[in-house]
Each structure stands twice: as structure tokens, then as C-alpha cells.
Design a protein. Structure first.
Length: 284
């Protein structure tokens, strides 16, 4: 679904995508609720002309849907039409308009050292449209570290996403290969002037061999000197933000928004069922 502003001929002037999900609690199926999808850090109002005020778009979403589980947006509203909880979060971005020499000078000393190690490690970088190797790497080396694990439907969405982005010419999927084995992968997606480091995975050998440092550096080298922003799409985890910061990236805010206009019965059921659901998810 989306909130759409049209011109006098019915053409699109601006669009705010509205991600929805149905939730079932205690046998009651809610109407559609707003819920941020996987592989999408935040949304914005996309306009064909000059930037527009976001507030009328947000107001329509909040009034139309009684429950916002999580709605992440690039720009906050100065005034919200209902009571909402707004939390400032951060991604890390790198301005690529400088020369490569200037950008690499902005790397930390440790990152430059690890880049030299990666360059000496014998990696071969291959471009692909096949998402299965990066999915296999993620399943084996990363999925267990995520609370609650990763459901099969998330991998299905990722496969479909790679296929569609590749078809539209928006995705670059690269693998680091050594001795005939894929040890790391990175998916970059470009939208306008923004390149998003959307997904990555590496084996133990890939991590130790600094393969992801090499993949990121090659992207920076290719795009240096252009009016582009590299968005590392960083989660709120100190070790990961420190890694992205070592490339010279800086914090950039975005905002997660929640609201709840459920009636008293629905809120009561939600409070009763929520602890039980959490306990089930914590079982091995």
C-alpha cells in the first residue's frame, strides 16, 4: 500500500510506501498493521519534483491504521496527528564525491592495514546474480547469532528481491573467492544517489582474510569521485558500527515510529499474550 499524491492528470507526484502485516493474537486476527519489512531500513516520501512536507503523508497513515508496530522513516514530522513514540536511530554513510586517494586516507590505520592484508590474500572478486551462495554463508555463519533465528520466508523474500533488483539493473552482487571456494559476499543496491550495502555474509576464512573489507573497498574505489552516498545500513551494534566507522563513515539519523490506538480489549489481550509469546521464542 502507499499514500499517493497525484497531479491534475492523475499522474504520480509523490509516493510514501506503507508496509503492512497481519498479526494474529489469541486467535484474533487484527486488521492490517504498519510494520517495517525486512531488508528495508527506512522509507521516505519519493517525489518527482521538489521535496514536499512529509507531515500530511504521515498523518494519513496514522489515521488510517490504528496500530503501528514499527514504521521507520528518513525524516521526522514536526507535529504528529496522534500520540506516537519516536526513537532516533542511526545508519552510517560515506560521501563518495572525493577522490579514492582522499577516501582511503580517511580509513582508520587498522582498516588500511587490513586492506593490505586482504589485497595480499589472493582473493578473486566475481560478480553474480545468484543469491544462493550468500544465503548459504549467512545460514551457516550468521543466522544462529540472531535472536529467534531466521525464518525460511525471509530467505524467500531475499531471493525474490535479488532477482527483481537485478532485473531492474539496481543490484550488484559480488563474491570473494579463493581456492575455488566462495568465502564472502556483498549485495549493493543503488537508488538515486544512494548505494545501500544491503546484505553481506562471510565464512570464518572470509572474515579472517578480510574479504568484506576488500569488497567494500572495491565498491568505494569504483564509485569514488561521483556524487553518491554509500549507506552501510548499520544496525545498532557497537562492533558493526565501529567497523563501518573505520571506513570514514559518519552517523546519519533516521526515525522509528510506533503508535497504538487499539481498543481496551485488544490492548488487554496483547498484554496477556505477549509474555507467553516471548517465552515460547526463547525455548531452544
Amino acid at each position: 500500500m502507499a499514500v499517493v499524491l497525484t497531479d491534475q492528470n492523475g499522474g504520480y507526484r509523490a509516493v510514501l510506501p506503507v508496509p503492512l502485516r497481519r498479526k494474529r493474537i489469541a486467535g484474533m486476527r487484527y486488521a492490517w498493521v504498519v510494520h517495517q519489512p525486512v531488508f528495508c531500513q527506512f522509507l521516505s516520501v519519493f517525489a518527482t519534483g521538489p521535496a514536499l512536507s512529509v507531515e500530511p503523508f504521515y498523518a494519513l497513515v496514522c489515521r488510517q491504521f490504528r496500530y503501528g508496530s514499527i514504521f521507520c522513516v528518513k525524516s521526522p514530522a514536526a507535529v504528529w496527528p496522534i500520540a506516537v513514540e519516536v526513537r532516533e536511530q542511526f545508519t552510517h554513510t560515506l560521501d563518495l564525491s572525493a577522490s579514492y586517494e582522499q577516501l582511503v586516507a580517511g580509513y582508520s590505520a587498522d582498516r588500511r592495514l587490513n586492506l593490505r592484508r586482504a589485497l595480499a590474500a589472493g582473493w578473486v572478486v566475481e560478480e553474480s546474480v545468484d543469491p544462493e551462495p550468500i544465503i548459504d554463508l549467512f545460514r551457516e555463519y550468521h543466522a544462529d547469532a540472531i535472536d529467534g533465528g531466521v525464518a525460511d520466508w525471509a530467505y524467500t523474500i531475499f531471493r525474490n528481491l535479488v532477482v527483481e533488483l537485478s532485473r531492474r539493473g539496481l543490484a550488484t552482487l559480488q563474491y570473494a573467492v579463493r581456492n575455488g571456494r566462495i568465502e564472502a559476499g556483498a549485495l549493493f543496491v543503488q537508488e538515486g544517489d544512494r548505494i545501500i550495502y544491503l546484505f553481506n555474509a562471510a565464512s570464518t576464512d572470509g572474515r579472517q582474510g578480510q574479504a568484506r573489507t576488500l569488497l567494500l573497498d572495491q565498491l568505494i574505489r569504483r564509485q569514488a569521485g561521483q556524487p553518491l552516498i554509500l549507506d552501510f545500513e548499520s544496525p545498532d551494534k557497537a562492533s558493526i558500527t565501529a567497523f563501518y566507522g573505520s571506513f570514514g563513515a559518519v552517523k546519519e539519523p533516521y526515525y522509528s515510529v510506533r503508535w497504538n490506538r487499539l481498543n481496551r480489549v485488544e490492548k488487554l489481550v496483547r498484554r496477556i499474550i505477549r509474555p507467553q509469546t516471548r517465552r515460547r521464542s526463547e525455548k531452544p
